[in-house]
Design a protein. Structure first.
Length: 214
């Protein structure tokens, strides 16, 4: 099961990735998390990424793709994986193809921009371990603290409405074309994000059963 989740920032793709990962026992790979992991491990690509992050610059495609390649070569990806946050552009998607990675299913979670802005204001993150929560949709069992490591949760600067609108603009321009890229391959399906998390999960599950029979 090699799956990609697409969706605007705040659409819920990370949450669905985690649910599918737990259900099927395959790793959910978040680009941000594996870049941090590669930097911490001091891999060749991690060291390259560190130079950009320390300078406050975006990590270029070539380095991100290298880090993805390192991660997908690990043993836990042998029976499948879920990509969340990669590819972000058709150039990255083509690079994934060039690596010989055959994606089975792409699920695009559709949520309106207006709803995205409302959702983002409730997001909380743990700066220590990277875990993410939402005050309504995925609250931490520890309240204002991370249930995994106990660190105090915070609101990211880029969850402010004006920043969210900018990010949505970038998504529509650069990432949304991926839907057509994968539709042309017969691999992309759309799921309408619901107000209730369990309802979106049920729709995602329906698509997985159609694609994999389980």
């Amino acid at each position: 099961m090699k799956i990609i989740f697409l969706g605007a920032p705040g659409a819920g793709k990370g949450t669905q990735s985690d649910i599918v990962s737990e259900t099927y026992g395959i790793p959910a790979i978040s680009t941000g998390a594996i870049i941090r992991e590669a930097i911490a491990e001091g891999t060749e690509m991690g060291l390259a990424a560190r130079r950009y992050t320390e300078a406050g610059e975006l990590v270029p495609d070539a380095v991100v793709i290298g880090i993805i390649k390192e991660r997908l070569s690990k043993e836990d990806c042998k029976n499948g994986f879920i990509l969340d946050g990669f590819p972000r552009t058709t150039v990255q998607a083509q690079a994934l193809d060039d690596m010989g990675v055959e994606i089975d299913l792409v699920i695009s979670i559709e949520v309106s921009d207006q709803d995205i802005v409302k959702r983002m204001s409730g997001r909380r993150v743990c700066a220590a371990c990277g875990a993410s929560y939402h005050t309504v949709y995925k609250p931490s069992k520890a309240g204002e603290y991370c249930e995994k490591c106990g660190n105090e949760l915070s609101i990211r600067k880029d969850d402010k409405p004006e920043i969210v609108l900018e990010r949505l603009s970038v998504y529509h321009a650069l990432t949304e074309p991926l839907k057509d890229y994968y539709k042309n391959k017969g691999k992309c399906v759309e799921v309408i994000g619901q107000e209730v998390l369990a309802d979106t999960t049920a729709l995602v599950r329906e698509q997985l059963v159609k694609a994999f029979g389980r």
